[in-house]
Structure formats: structure tokens, C-alpha cells
Design a protein around this ligand. Structure first.
Ligand SMILES: Cc1cc2nc3c(=O)[nH]c(=O)nc-3n(C[C@H](O)[C@H](O)[C@H](O)COP(=O)(O)O)c2cc1C
Length: 203
């Protein structure tokens, strides 16, 4: 059973969540987990102006995803930073190349799940995940979220991301906040949950 975590991360926050989700998925027996990033669409000059070159270098070892690889996965966890309450353009462009998968029904009946990051606490994490689900439903995927059995979902003693729609982190206005232990635990839980559901779906 192949579980793919495919993401875009400009400054590394979604990358950390994606790694945690991959870890969670790998804890399920029989799960073969791969981590992939979607192709960059911005030139280096723009990434430099956005202060993103260092974070990009740190992800250089992560292979860039191909559309064919998507079709070979039994379950896919998508990671994207929020852009005005939606997925980022890099992820949108990648998904817009999946027309063939839609036409052949390659992803129908497979688990699909989303994790995200935003700068601010109420900056659109839930709208990013829920609007992402529209695309997954068009592709015929079975939507998987982050259930309330993840206990970190209900804590109130600290500021935290994560909702029933999916794990998330708050990067901070200047991007200096790193994913908290609770947010990473949410991503791990979601990864494990997706892999368990994928196992049932493919049995
Ligand atoms: C064009 C643009 C739009 C953004 N829109 C939002 C937004 O609507 N809400 C928000 O809280 N953060 C917004 N952000 C901040 C990003 O979501 C933040 O940098 C990201 O979550 C960090 O994750 P990453 O390190 O994985 O890229 C935006 C950033 C950019 C560049």
C-alpha cells in the first residue's frame, strides 16, 4: 500500500508538517510512504526577494512529484500553505495537470487528505483545506480529515493549529513560529489515520 505525501512549502512550515504526516503514515504496517514536493513555478529572483531561497535549499533532497506517481499512490496527503484562504499556485498548477487522471478515474476511491499552514491564527486554514477538498472530490477521492480522537484537537491552553478538516500550523506574521509539538502530533495522527483508511480501502 503506497501512501504519498505531496506538498509545497515556501518557508519550510508545511515541509515540517508533511514530514510528520509521513512519519505517522509509516507507523502503519504495510505502508510504503513517499514524500514529494510539487514543482516550483517561481523564478529564483522572485524566491530570493521573498526570502525563500534558504528554505528551498533545505528541501532540495525531496524529489519533485510527477503526475504518474500520483496515479500510483493508494492514498495521498496534500500539503499547501494558505494563499488568500486557498491553496498555493504551485499546488494548483500541479493539480491542473491531472486531467488525464480525472479522465481515467485513476484516483477514484483512494483516500485524499489535506494539511496546511497560514501566517495568522484565523488566516484561512479551514477555507484552504475545505476548498482543496472540491478538487479531490472531482478526482473521486475519499476525503479524510483529522478526527476528534486526536486529543490535541481540543486543547485551549495554547494557541494551536489543527481542525477536524486537517492538521495545520501557524507560521506567524514574519514566519518565525515553528510548528508546535501539538501541531506536529496532529500531522502524525492524520498520516496514521490516512494510512489505516487506505489499508481498509485497498483490502
Ligand atoms: C501571496 C500570499 C498570500 C498569503 N495569504 C495568506 C492568508 O490568506 N492568510 C494567512 O494567514 N497567511 C497568508 N500567507 C502566509 C502564508 O500562508 C505563510 O507564509 C505560509 O503558511 C508559511 O508556510 P510555508 O513555510 O510552508 O510556506 C500568504 C502568503 C503569501 C506569499
Amino acid at each position: 500500500m503506497k501512501v504519498m505525501v505531496v506538498y509545497y512549502s515556501m518557508y519550510g512550515h508545511v515541509y515540517k508538517l508533511a514530514q510528520a504526516a509521513a512519519e505517522g503514515a509509516a507507523s502503519v504496517e504495510g505502508a510504503d510512504v513517499i514524500l514529494r514536493r510539487v514543482p516550483e513555478t517561481l523564478p529564483d529572483e522572485v524566491l530570493e526577494k521573498m526570502g525563500a531561497l534558504e528554505a528551498q535549499k533545505q528541501q532540495a533532497d525531496v524529489p519533485v512529484c510527477t503526475v504518474k506517481e500520483l496515479s500510483e499512490a493508494d492514498a495521498i496527503i496534500f500539503g499547501t500553505p494558505t494563499r488568500f484562504g486557498n491553496m498555493c499556485g504551485q499546488m494548483r498548477q500541479f493539480l491542473d495537470r491531472t486531467g488525464q487522471l480525472w479522465a481515467s478515474g485513476s484516483l477514484v476511491g483512494k483516500a485524499g487528505s489535506v494539511i496546511t499552514s497560514s501566517a495568522t491564527q484565523h488566516g484561512g486554514q479551514e477555507s484552504t483545506i475545505l476548498s482543496f477538498h472540491t478538487t479531490l472530490l472531482h478526482l473521486g477521492m475519499v476525503i479524510v480529515g483529522l478526527p476528534y480522537t486526536f486529543e490535541g484537537q481540543t486543547i485551549t491552553d495554547e494557541i494551536t493549529g489543527c481542525s477536524p478538516y486537517g492538521a495545520s500550523t501557524i507560521a506567524g506574521g514574519d514566519g518565525s513560529r515553528v510548528p508546535s509539538e501539538n501541531e506536529l502530533a496532529g500531522a502524525r495522527y492524520q498520516g496514521e489515520h490516512v494510512a489505516k483508511i487506505a489499508k481498509k480501502l485497498s483490502s
